[in-house]
Design a protein around this ligand. Structure first.
Ligand code: PMP
Length: 980
């Protein structure tokens, strides 16, 4: 096409100017436009009625995604006359789209699991949104018309598969498509249909830094979502020897956003293969029609290879990987096998039961500098400890697998042991624990392999098969083995081999319990790759289900932070968020510091739960001692609950003298609602805007932070919200602001549709951005509440127990006495301990005949922990330290604020501090605070932020922090202020 004509088309219709460069395309004419902004101009020289519908639908889809805040795909740029599709001639048209900068996914290789999961999430996000798009009959028809890339019509490909010249590829393509027509299509037909992108191939995915986007909606069809997911998944493993692994990573990402069902999973790999088969067949067809169009055969070298690899792959193992990817136990039979073994007694594998043998565990992990590796080492270990048998752990991350068979490189190094090792002298007899049949045996004589090894097949009562493996036996054990031979429980299977005959290991038997052989034959993986541990845990179960060693055999060796993060996406709900762009894997804590798996230290300025410091020895000892002595419920007399209850109420002003022990702040506030209702016989609640009181149904309903925030459904009918008395940036500031807030509170009470029961507040409103209530507010507010028949609840979950420095409890800063005080976080220093303290009158009103029983609340262990924490606060003068360090910290930040106006307000009391950052008077420094948190993390300081604009640094460390710790924070803050 003439460039000049194209340029004038752009200028005239869109007012866009720029350099033009052609982009490859199968059907249209595409140009990249490089001007002030980059665009893609798409020109369609032959537009019939059907194509017109499809082009308009593409625009509709892209606009729909953008309207739903899914900005991962191009935006349609309307013409000056607001047309999305420009008619350029009788049967030609053009569209202008925003250009997504970056490189195509297919232009690089070696994507990490995390990136592949992200790609899964991208496709899932688009699919999830498009499921809500309604389309017309005509649009739907156009999406279902004859089309090579419509998988639902893939059967037709068989008519030209003969054009595939490579015989092996052709055979697999034909087999795949025949199976698809017979077995898969009927399942697909039962699934709900929607608009899908249908072409998430590696040249339609654009990577820019950490962001991914999806382009080219020209191949959309109407189909079940799993079709589109499988199509995108088909391309992620193209360059891999083990594509099933990448496909599973993709599935994990997809499922974490848009859940896949078992039915969808069961056909997933087949769908991937159908896409690859279609690609191979189409390339053959196109190549025969247009031998010199390069674009048509892009990525064609890898496709047949991936298809053949997938076809050869064990189908059970492929499915196990997908099941594990979506958070299910890898082998669906595993539960039945475990349940069977838990109620079946096994014969002894050694001549005596383990209960009569003294055991010593060997440590072959990376943590051990001196691994007992030789026959002599093991003998020494045994004799030193007077043990009869050495046991090697299941799921130990071992530093002994260095041979090539174990893939010593990188993330997938095979180092996690899947059996239990039973170490005894060479010649020790090994017996079958269960009836079984010899499935297979061999002398695996490569160095560091199993040596003589035998596998027995067993079955549960209901016929579910499973296998046991015995490795490192002696060569003279072998003559009695025969495939298919029946073995009775208790029958001899062999003897432990010498180091020479079992290819380099000290005498022992590697005993493994398998739920499937996964097509491995006798080359069973006895060691799992460290990035697929959870998968293998679901295939090769802990053999102690059979051995019954009472002190256990699972090492629970650490998996990588990447694996933990990935597992987290499917094992826990996705609205349990993580801090920081690259979340930190914290493995230990001490005092005011936390440590990650690499031993890096972080000053913890976030955790007001670890009130007296992480792992405080007095608290730990109290907990362990009491746990070893007694823990039971509160229906017996026990001194600890009463002593601690009294100590707690003694710290509060009269008449707060009755304590209810509970397990969390939410539960405390939930109970406070019940107490208030009992005392007032009413239900209305007033809470402060942006305040949070917990996660149970009853307390979410009184938490404006939640019900007015993302996903919230607004205030319930029994709740009214009072303006947050924020004198810095609230609704009212300046003179008389406090009075205005008080009259607003009255208004809120009056607006209630039912009589007032309770007013909930914190003295420093944490989630609102550490807003210190102005002097006089709380006293007046309590008066108003009481005058209206309500009770006053002070939520001390965040701020209580000496944290605010000047006083022991937050409300005491205001010279008021609440009717109910709720407390939580700090009480147990991390142990789930919370409480509600109230007056005898309110407690009495609650005592209406219905029993109050709380299984865990007030148990002896919780009580002694609470007592220890309280005593540490007293004995170490931590309230005084909170006051001094808080003042020092606030002064230091205030001094920095003089030269850095972004620090707009420094507030708080003791060690409950807020630093509000503003770009100017109106614009909150949200991004900057996020950047500061990341910067501080990189310097070993943990911070958090909150407030409606997320622009307030929250500082609420353990009360034990020192001047040196505060100086560390001030230096980091100062460095950031200078650098930014
Ligand atoms: N009240 C306040 C003020 C809180 O900040 C929280 C927790 N952040 C809760 C109650 C709820 O406590 P929990 O998470 O222990 O249930």
């Amino acid at each position: 096409m003439d460039i000049k004509v194209v340029k004038s088309l752009l200028a005239k219709n869109w007012g866009v100017d720029g350099d033009l460069s052609p982009l490859p395309s199968e059907r249209d004419i595409n140009f990249k436009v490089d001007g002030k902004t980059a665009y893609v101009l798409k020109i369609y020289p032959k537009v019939n009625a059907d194509l017109k519908i499809r082009l308009n639908l593409q625009n509709k889809v892209l606009n729909f995604l953008h309207e739903n805040s899914i900005k991962v795909s191009p935006a349609v740029i309307p013409t000056k006359k607001k047309k999305m599709l420009l008619t350029t001639g009788k049967d030609s048209a053009a569209r202008l789209l925003s250009f997504h900068q970056g490189k195509t996914w297919g232009s690089s290789s070696g994507h990490k699991g995390e990136q592949i999961e992200q790609l899964g999430r991208l496709i899932a996000t688009v699919d999830k949104s498009l499921a809500k798009l309604s389309i017309t009959k005509a649009e739907r028809k156009s999406l279902s018309s004859n089309f090579i890339w419509n998988m639902l019509q893939a059967e037709k490909i068989l008519t030209w598969s003969s054009k595939i010249s490579d015989i092996q590829s052709r055979a697999v393509v034909e087999k795949t498509l025949t199976h698809f027509a017979k077995k898969v299509i009927p399942k697909l037909k039962k699934m709900p249909m929607q608009v899908i992108h249908n072409d998430g191939n590696d040249y339609n995915i654009i990577e820019e830094g950490e962001n991914l986007s999806l382009i080219d909606f020209g191949d959309m069809i109407y189909a079940p979502k799993v079709v589109g997911a499988a199509i995108a998944a088909a391309y992620v493993g193209l360059k891999s020897d083990d594509p099933g692994k990448q496909i599973a990573q993709f599935v994990r990402g997809y499922h974490s956003v848009n859940p896949l069902s078992n039915e969808e999973l069961s056909i997933f790999i087949e769908l991937v293969k159908v896409r690859l088969a279609a690609s191979v067949a189409n390339a053959a067809l196109q190549r025969s029609d247009h031998p010199d169009n390069e674009y048509l055969s892009i990525s064609q070298n890898d496709v047949p290879k991936a298809l053949i690899t997938l076809d050869k792959f064990d189908s059970n193992f492929a499915l196990f990987r997908l099941r594990n990817a979506i958070g299910l136990e890898a082998n669906p039979n595993a539960k039945a096998i475990r349940d069977y073994l838990l109620t079946t007694s096994s014969a002894n594998i050694l001549s005596k039961p383990f209960s009569q043998l003294k055991i010593v565990y060997m440590n072959w992990s990376f943590d051990n500098k001196d691994i007992p590796r030789s026959t002599q080492d093991l003998e020494e270990l045994k004799s030193k400890s007077g043990a009869d048998v050495v046991i090697g752990y299941y799921c130990e991350n071992r530093n002994v697998y260095q041979g090539e068979a174990f893939n010593p490189v990188a993330d997938n190094a095979r180092t996690f042991h899947l059996g239990v090792d039973i170490g005894m002298p060479a010649g020790t007899e090994v017996f079958a624990p269960l009836d079984g049949v010899i499935e297979i045996f061999n002398n695996n004589s490569t160095n560091l392999d199993y040596g003589p090894v035998v596998i027995l097949r067993h079955k549960t009562d209901s016929g579910v098969p499973f296998w046991t493996l015995y490795g490192h036996l002696s060569i003279d054990s072998m003559p009695s083995w025969q495939i298919g031979k029946q073995i009775k429980a208790g029958e001899l299977i062999g003897r432990m081999g010498k180091e020479e005959e079992n290819v380099g290991w000290p005498p022992h038997t590697h005993f493994q319990l398998l739920t499937d052989l996964c097509g491995m034959g006798i080359d069973i993986h006895g060691v799992a790759p460290k990035d697929e541990v959870s998968l293998w845990r679901g295939i090769s179960l802990n053999p102690n289900l059979i051995l019954g060693i009472q002190s256990g055999t699972d090492a629970h060796a650490r998996i990588s932070p990447e694996s933990i993060r990935s597992e987290r996406r499917v094992v826990v709900p996705q609205n349990l968020s993580l801090n920081f762009k690259k979340p930190v894997n914290i493995v230990s804590g001490s005092g005011a510091y936390l440590f990650d798996e690499q031993g890096r230290s972080y000053l913890d300025l976030v955790n007001n739960v670890a009130h007296v410091g992480h792992g405080h020895p007095r608290v730990v000892t109290a907990a362990a001692t009491q746990m070893a002595t007694l823990n039971t419920n509160t229906r017996y007399l026990h001194q600890a609950m009463i002593e601690y209850g009294k100590a707690l109420t003694n710290s509060l002003p009269d008449p707060l003298s009755v304590v209810f022990f509970v397990n969390s702040g939410s539960e405390a506030n939930d109970l406070a609602i019940r107490l208030a209702r009992a005392a007032t016989k009413s239900k209305g609640v007033v809470a402060l805007k942006h305040g949070y009181h917990g996660h149970t149904q009853a307390v979410v309903e009184i938490s404006p932070y939640k019900f007015l925030g993302k996903g919230g459904a607004g205030a319930p009918s029994h709740v009214a919200v009072a303006e947050l008395p924020d004198l810095f940036r609230g609704k009212f500031t300046g003179k008389n602001a406090t009075e205005k807030y008080l009259s607003n509170l009255k208004k809120s009470i009056n607006s209630l549709k039912q009589p007032l029961s309770a007013f909930f507040s914190e003295a420093i409103v944490s989630t609102a951005g550490q807003i210190v209530l102005p002097p006089g507010y709380l006293a007046q507010a309590f008066e108003t509440v009481r005058a209206n028949g309500g009770v006053c609840v002070s939520d001390e979950v965040q701020i209580g127990l000496g944290r605010v420095g000047d006083k022991f409890w937050g409300f005491e800063l205001h010279d008021v006495v609440p009717d109910i005080v709720t407390m939580g976080k700090p009480l147990g220093n991390g142990h789930p301990l919370a409480a509600v303290v109230t007056t005898p009158q309110i407690a009495d009103a609650f005592n209406n005949g219905m029993e109050y029983f709380n299984t865990f609340g007030g148990n002896p262990v919780s009580a002694v922990i609470g007592q220890a924490v309280l005593e540490v606060v007293y004995d170490e003068r931590l309230q005084q330290n909170a006051k001094n360090m808080g003042a020092y910290l606030r002064q230091g930040v205030a001094a920095l604020a003089k030269n850095h106006p972004i620090i707009a307000d420094v507030r708080g009391s003791g060690l409950f501090i807020g630093v509000e950052m503003m770009i100017d008077e109106k614009v909150p420094a949200t991004k900057e605070v996020a950047d500061l948190m990341e910067f501080a993390l990189s310097k070993g300081v943990l911070l958090s932020c909150d407030g409606p604009d997320n622009n307030v640094l929250k500082i609420k460390p353990p009360l034990i922090i020192t001047k040196g710790d505060v100086d560390l924070l001030l230096n980091v803050l100062s460095d950031w202020l200078v650098k930014r």
